[in-house]
Design a protein around this ligand. Structure first.
Ligand code: PEP
Length: 261
């Protein structure tokens, strides 16, 4: 790989915090990222719970970090109780959205067809998407990881216009590493990133695959981020637990920005 892609670090706050603590965290992350000369060097994005998007967006102003949502509906507006449309996210100035996080793909058994439609809905609505893929422990232990990742990437991206790929970050998130404290070995993570790019190269071409950002998620911390991000294949991270502390999230952002140094 040649010149590193622009690093990306996402902070997925999941179903944590309350209004006051979400606003406080947003202010602290904003201050921590504004105090260091790294904002221009990476895309740092936080993904608060839906009900706090507007308040967090106000606290962030023009950022950094940028604002994202944890999910979106595959439909336009209409009779879809409890769901949130791309247009509503746009109203709240959320510019990014996560699609296919394993807590939805596996936890809620969202089918691949729905995840594909969500990805298309996001990209055709001018949202940037973080599309998550990852194998379970049983799949890895039975030697199926490469096949599973290829299937998830193919089903997500089939028919997606290549011009939309610049608005996508793929997140390799092995299910067994999310929220478990068990981080993938950097060699295994790099290998998985190569598999993902090889499927993208089949679907599009090698140049586009190399230019598409692929990040790692699964128990990333301030202590392990630098080693993971030192691998040329790993363009940054999607961070859960460690994104709930501003200083830790900022340290992970610094580790990602150092890729360009
Ligand atoms: C995630 O939510 O995408 C994630 C990787 O969580 P954690 O960092 O807590 O493992």
């Amino acid at each position: 790989m040649n010149h590193p892609n622009r690093p990306f670090v996402g902070g997925n706050w999941k179903m944590n915090l309350r209004l006051a603590s979400a606003v406080e965290l947003a202010e602290d992350v904003h201050a921590a990222l504004s105090n260091q000369p790294l904002a221009a060097d990476l895309d740092a994005v936080v993904f608060p719970p839906y009900p706090y998007l507007q308040a967090v967006g106000r606290a962030l102003g023009h950022g950094p970090p940028q604002l994202g949502a944890q999910d979106l509906a595959d439909h336009e507006d209409g009779a879809f109780t409890g769901q949130v449309s791309a247009g509503m996210l746009d109203d709240l100035d959320a510019r990014w959205v996560i699609v296919g996080h394993s807590e939805r793909r596996h936890g809620l058994e969202e089918p691949e067809s729905v995840l594909h439609r969500k990805l298309v809905r996001a990209l055709t609505s001018d949202l940037k998407a973080v599309f998550c893929v990852g194998e379970t422990l049983a799949e890895r232990e039975s030697g199926m990881a490469e096949e599973v990742l290829a299937r998830q990437v193919r089903s997500g991206f089939s028919g997606v216009d290549q011009g939309l790929l610049a608005s996508v970050v793929l997140a390799y998130e092995p299910v067994w590493a999310i929220g478990t404290g068990r981080t993938a070995h950097p060699d295994d993570a790099s290998q998985a990133h190569r598999w993902i790019r090889s499927t993208l190269a089949d679907l599009y071409d090698a140049e586009l695959a190399a230019a598409t950002r692929v990040v790692y998620g699964g128990s990333v911390t301030a202590a392990n981020a630098a080693e993971l991000f030192s691998r040329p294949e790993i363009d940054g991270g999607l961070v859960g637990g460690a994104s709930l502390k501003a200083e830790t999230f900022a340290a992970i952002c610094r580790a990602a920005a150092a890729r360009l140094a």
